[in-house]
Design a protein around this ligand. Structure first.
Ligand code: HAM
Length: 421
């Protein structure tokens, strides 16, 4: 039998019910913050993704040539596509622009729990402002979405890439070495980082101090460490402002500073942040984002840009791990024609009720009352409508309340009202 490709998944109705519920909750929060939805194609020209990261990114992509010989790639994320669209269509739109999206992404990752080759992101891009309040609102939005879907335990860490650069400058680390070290920092591999710093002739004392600053939440300590570096000082002062707004104006109890956040993608520059769900273990990163620069790279007029993306599949996994109770799919009415002669009436009652906006199913297997009621219960139907030949003659039905088992006779004309109450 032909099998599903590695790293992809099918979603059966029970799973889709949860996914759609979650998607709607997330979208409601985006809209509540003034964001409008944007959709871009599933595939783009390969160059869109290599422009910033270089050809090395190709190993992580699904890329192909189409029949016209064009180099294309399935999108690994939506930031570059949204910025491409912004430059083509939205540069003249009033600022700030608040765009959100929900879409599938493709990465040639090694699949494991929480890591797939096709996965979904719910994310947004904020274009045209980089005030501290804009950044605070962006971070608060990511946090609020995850709280609003019902997650209990999430951790928000905020860093700044200019500060890390200042730390490297302080140790006089060259750009070539920096790249390797950033990989260790990104993965929180502090022992490997320690060895790498020592083998680059950084003293034990300086190495320890560097490692401490990467991990400390204490802004004063970080300020002291980069003392005299003007850019780092300005960025840390801004970061303090953002942290204060998050706590006081947005009521987020525990945002943490973590200078060791470097993010995997190459386009970030200043503020960066991540939200984790510790229950997920290895693949615990639920959300990542920050301040970045792509517009001028793609030929647009320079403008501030920031955004984030939530790993939708991981958010769902985290909720399931926390034993979240998802709403049950339910049916308003299940109709049972008792004999073949009442099937036409059953079908027309179903049409009438559906036209009123009710969710309605009916027995299409001619399996009789007992089995039909069992099936209706399994579908979580609130009511069963039983139609026998005698009832048909009288223009009536038997309405059975599936929750308490009570039954009454009801005129077809009164059925909708009876079900709605
Ligand atoms: P990212 O950190 O690469 O950022 O991805 C965002 C989130 O997508 C991750 O935190 C993770 O939850 C989820 N994710 C990534 N790879 C996988 C995978 N293979 N399977 C399942 N989930 C995955 C971005 O993509 C940026 N575009 C975010 C952004 C928007 N920055 C600015 N604007």
């Amino acid at each position: 039998m032909v099998q599903i490709p590695r790293g992809t998944r099918d979603f059966v109705p029970e799973e889709m019910q949860k996914r759609r519920y979650l998607q709607q909750r997330m979208e409601a929060t985006f809209r509540g913050y003034g964001y409008g939805e944007i959709q871009t194609p599933t595939f783009e020209t390969l160059e869109l993704f290599t422009a910033k990261s270089g050809a090395s990114i190709i190993d992580e992509l699904y890329n192909f040539k189409d029949k016209g010989g064009r180099e294309l790639a399935l999108r690994p994320e939506l930031t570059a596509p949204v910025i491409r669209c912004y430059i083509e269509r939205l540069q003249m739109a009033p600022k700030p622009l608040k765009l959100f999206y929900f879409g599938n992404c493709f990465r040639y990752d090694r699949p494991q729990k929480g890591r797939y080759r096709e996965f979904w992101q719910a994310g947004c891009e904020l274009i045209g402002t980089d005030t501290p309040e804009a950044h605070a609102e962006l971070v608060a939005l990511a946090y609020t979405i995850l709280k609003n879907i019902g997650l209990q335990n999430i951790v928000l860490n905020i860093g700044n890439l200019h500060v890390i650069s200042a730390m490297f400058e302080k140790l006089r680390i060259t750009d070539a070495v920096k790249k390797d070290l950033l990989t260790f920092i990104d993965k929180s591999q502090y022992e490997d980082l320690n060895s790498a710093l020592r083998s680059n002739d950084i003293s034990q004392q300086d190495t320890e101090a560097f490692l401490e600053i990467l991990q400390t939440p204490d802004l004063d300590k970080i300020m002291n460490y980069v003392h005299g570096h003007e850019r780092a000082h300005t960025e840390l002062t801004r970061l303090r402002g953002v942290m204060d707004l998050l706590k006081t104006s947005f009521g987020i109890p525990d945002p943490r500073v973590k200078i060791g956040i470097v993010r995997g993608l190459d386009y970030y520059k200043g503020l960066v942040f991540e939200i984790e769900a510790p229950v997920l273990g290895a693949e615990k990163q639920l959300c990542g984002g920050g301040d970045y620069e792509l517009v001028s790279l793609f030929g647009g007029t320079q403008v501030p840009q920031a955004g984030f993306a939530i790993g939708f599949d991981r958010a769902l996994l985290a909720l399931e791990t926390e034993q979240f109770t998802f709403p049950q799919p339910s049916l308003d009415v299940f109709i049972v024609p008792v004999t073949e002669t009442t099937i036409p009436m059953a079908l027309s009652v179903a049409s009438q009720l559906r036209a009123q906006g009710l969710t309605v199913d009916l027995d299409l297997l001619r399996r009789g009352i007992g089995k039909s009621l069992k099936y209706a219960a399994a579908q979580h139907a609130r009511f069963a409508v039983i139609i026998g030949p005698k009832e048909q003659e009288e223009g009536k039905v038997t309405l059975r309340n599936m929750i308490d088992g009570s039954q009454s006779s009801c005129a077809v004309a009164d059925l909708t009202a009876a079900v709605f109450t």
